[in-house]
Write a protein that binds this ligand. Structure first.
Ligand code: ZN
Length: 261
């Protein structure tokens, strides 16, 4: 074999091997919903969160799209996205609610922050309460404060590398009644340490269970109660937890792990 032919041959083999190993980029698509017309602390978080997730796409690993138009929560628009994030907003009408239900019931992924999980007796969306693990908003502390958080489940991928306790930056914390821990389908991953009580000055949470991060095991979802104000993404430990949650929702897709394939 002449050297040129040998090189050609080697080159072809190399090309073939690299095609076999090639990762399809971008690997997946994320659509984040946010609002600019809600309370300022929630808009501040949205601005920071959009920047935070955009920076994770470096290298074109995934597509990160954002929209402040909740009407984009429709079958046609969301069908190609592996993950929907609700940064500081939730559906505004039944059409949007039904599109989301269908998306999640068919294996869609969801990451929800803070007010995205808010619901009370006026919400009238039983499907969502069930989806959230039965959690209904009960009360909150005021003013926003930092809090000591405790990892409940150290074996879950979302809490991997997170210390047993850590201080979460200034935020507004929700207490839920019923709480999600009462639901057998829920895995509480992180909760607020009782050492924080009494929590607040104007509005005080005196005691009780306060799950902060959890998943309803019937769905590919993580809810995180953080998301109030401009300090949420200022802590390396908490940022790691958020990235873990993002990564876990993406990689637990039953239709195939988009990162490994
Ligand atoms: Zn808030």
């Amino acid at each position: 074999m002449r050297p040129t032919r040998l090189y050609c041959c080697l080159y072809a083999m190399l090309l073939f091997t690299s095609t076999l190993n090639a990762q399809p980029y971008p690997r997946f698509k994320v659509l984040a919903f946010y609002s600019t017309t809600v309370e300022k602390a929630h808009v501040d978080f949205a601005n920071d969160a959009i920047q935070f997730f955009k920076e994770l796409t470096v290298g074109n690993g995934f597509v990160f799209d954002t929209t402040s138009n909740m009407a984009d929560l429709n079958d046609e628009k969301i069908k190609d996205y592996q993950l929907l994030i609700w940064i500081n907003d939730f559906p505004h009408n039944d059409t949007q609610r039904i599109a989301f239900q269908k998306y999640m019931d068919n294996g869609g992924g969801w990451l929800g922050f803070h007010v995205a999980g808010y619901n009370d007796k006026t919400t009238n969306w039983p499907w969502f309460v069930n989806f959230l693990g039965g959690a209904v908003f009960y009360n909150n502390n005021w003013p926003p404060l930092p809090a000591k958080l405790t990892v409940d489940d150290t074996s879950h991928p979302v809490t991997k590398g997170i210390p047993a306790t850590f201080i979460s930056p200034v935020g507004e914390w929700y207490q839920w009644k019923p709480g999600p821990r009462e639901n057998k389908k829920v895995k509480v991953l992180v909760s607020l340490s009782p050492e924080n009580f009494p929590m607040g000055i104007k509005d005080i949470i005196a005691n009780g269970d306060m799950p902060v991060v959890w998943t309803n095991t019937d769905y590919r979802m993580i809810y995180l109660n953080m998301g109030h104000g401009p300090h949420i993404l200022s802590d390396a430990t908490q940022n790691k937890l958020i990235i873990n949650a993002f990564r876990w929702v993406i990689t637990s897709d039953k239709r195939g792990n988009v990162i490994d394939k």
